[in-house]
Design a protein around this ligand. Sequence first.
Ligand code: CIS
Length: 209
Amino acid sequence: MSLLLDHLFTDLPPDRAVDTGLFLDSVSHLPAFIDCLGSKVFSLIKSDIIGNITKIRGVYEKDPQRFVTLQQILEAERQDHASEWPKVGATLALMWLKRGLRFIQILLQSLADGEKDENNPNLIRVSITKAYEGSLKRYHGWLVQKIFKAALMAAPYRSDFIKALSKGEEVKEEECLEKVRHFLVNFTATVDAIYDMYTELNAELDYTV
Ligand code: CIS
């Protein structure tokens, strides 16, 4: 947890432009948390997210001066790959990455809000299902939805998940959730800004995998 608090997402400027370098630094700390979930089912998800980040970083590092903001990357790729865009390059990678980030955001918000399955308060399936329906489900065909159901069965208990988020520290649940709320402020603002950018640039696609 303290590690993540060292890597909080940064405040957005008034125009809500997302700084590419800062975004990549913050987002690159998230995949490590997936290891804490314990099951091998999650390695598929982790490699997909890492692949997205690597692709965006690859484009950024070709010309950091030109790609100061994420929007500059999308606009450049729209110009350079007119016929394929937006299903190309970092635009496609960020399109999927933002869905995974939305999933994490809804999941953490639901936990922070104390949402629970009354019959099984130590399960987090209610929160995970809410996160899935609010972010990824509509982009998944039946096979991937089945993988989701398998992942749901392998999901950690609430107490273990809280412990994993508090890695290396003995903290009380409420103390951990307070830190999650703190983390969510800039994280949510950043994810919202990326979603709005995709809408404004007409870069969103709704095919299923
Ligand atoms: C509790 C965990 C529950 C897990 C539930 C999992 C649900 C999802 C199950 C589905 C598995 C899907 C596997 C991959 C599917 C891909 O096919 C699909 C499409 O991929 C894209 C590529 O990304 O396809 C494109 C072509 O069409 C491109 O190839 C693209 O790649 S590109 O362009 O880069 O080349 N991908 C997806 O559907 C995305 C799946 C993302 C799932 C995200 C789920 C995240 C789960 C994280 C668990 C939460 C752990 C907590 C983590 C962080 C916590 C942060 C802590 C904050 C606390 C802070 C306190 C200070």
